[in-house]
Design a protein around this ligand. Structure first.
Ligand SMILES: Nc1ncnc2c1ncn2[C@@H]1O[C@H](COP(=O)(O)OP(=O)(O)O)[C@@H](O)[C@H]1O
Ligand SMILES: [Mg+2]
Length: 265
């Protein structure tokens, strides 16, 4: 069982202009069980991207530890896959060449990787697009490619930093359903960062609301909506009184945090 465990995680940056210290994260502790779906919300600058980049192994914490199962993370690895915001694909390459990138790096032959690529393209709804140059695809389709590119490497943990932020509302809703579908189908552990309270509620069995200065987990929720979303339309769920109640509570919480930030600026 590859649980993801963060223990006493701290990250302090030095501001490049002033040299002043920024506590991007302080004392972050949590364990995600295999297959859990976590969404992370919080005002700009509260350390969401820093947290994700540390789990990915792109940056090393000032202190504390991250482990996947028994392995302590000390850099990027194939056990953790990242889906970035739109625009992180090799646009001049075909869909297949984008998706099989990780496999080719591992030395898997083109013939062998082709089967894998076809399988994952079908799963994300892009059957028949293997040989299309990526720049010809819509934003939503490009994010489907990004998901397939991540899944083909069979990571234990999938990390997404505002992956749907650049999409129009309708496409975004379809992609939210796809994320839930993939979560159910693959049983992967997923962390998704988002700016949208609604998205965080829909795409998190657990939800962390983070606060800034220092970046920390302010409040945690356990939510039923992701499970509901596997069987019901997301639009329906958003109309439920239970959904609106938590949405309003969190909106107020973040509003107050932002007021405080503005007040202190
Ligand atoms: N490489 C860096 N050097 C200096 N400060 C940084 C660096 N990366 C992030 N920070 C600071 O750390 C804090 C958290 O940033 P970030 O994780 O990007 O927040 P979020 O993703 O929640 O908007 C911010 O104050 C930001 O300015
Ligand atoms: Mg960010």
């Amino acid at each position: 069982m590859a649980d993801l465990k963060c223990t006493d995680l701290c990250m302090t940056f030095a501001n490049q202009q002033t040299g002043a210290k920024v506590e991007a994260l302080k004392d972050i502790n949590f364990t995600l069980k295999k297959g859990e779906l976590l969404s992370v919300l919080g005002p700009s600058g509260c350390g969401k991207t820093t947290l994700l980049n540390m789990v990915a192994g792109f940056i090393t914490p000032t202190s504390g530890q991250i482990a996947v199962g028994d392995r302590v993370i000390d850099g990027p690895g194939a056990d953790r896959g990242m889906v970035f915001q739109q625009g992180a694909l090799f646009e001049w390459l075909t869909v297949a060449k984008n998706v099989d990138f990780g496999l080719r790096m591992q030395g898997v032959s083109e013939a062998e990787s082709r089967d894998q690529v076809e399988k994952w393209l079908a799963t994300v709804g892009l059957q028949g697009f293997a040989d299309t140059p990526t720049y010809q695809l819509s934003g939503g389709m490009q994010q489907r490619v990004a998901l397939a590119r991540c899944l083909v490497n069979d990571p234990d943990v999938i990390l997404m930093d505002e992956p749907l932020g650049a999409l129009d509302a309708l496409t975004r809703e379809k992609m939210q359903s796809l994320v839930l579908e993939l979560w159910k189908k693959t049983g992967k552990t997923i962390i998704i960062i988002t700016h949208s309270v609604e998205e965080a509620l829909l795409l998190g069995e657990r939800l962390f609301v983070m606060a800034p200065r220092p970046g920390r987990i302010h409040k945690e929720y356990q939510l039923p909506f992701a499970e509901w979303g596997l069987k019901r339309s997301l639009r329906d769920i958003k109309l439920e009184p239970e959904f609106s109640t938590v949405r309003e509570e969190i909106l107020t919480m973040i509003w107050n945090m932002e007021e405080e930030i503005m007040g202190g600026a």
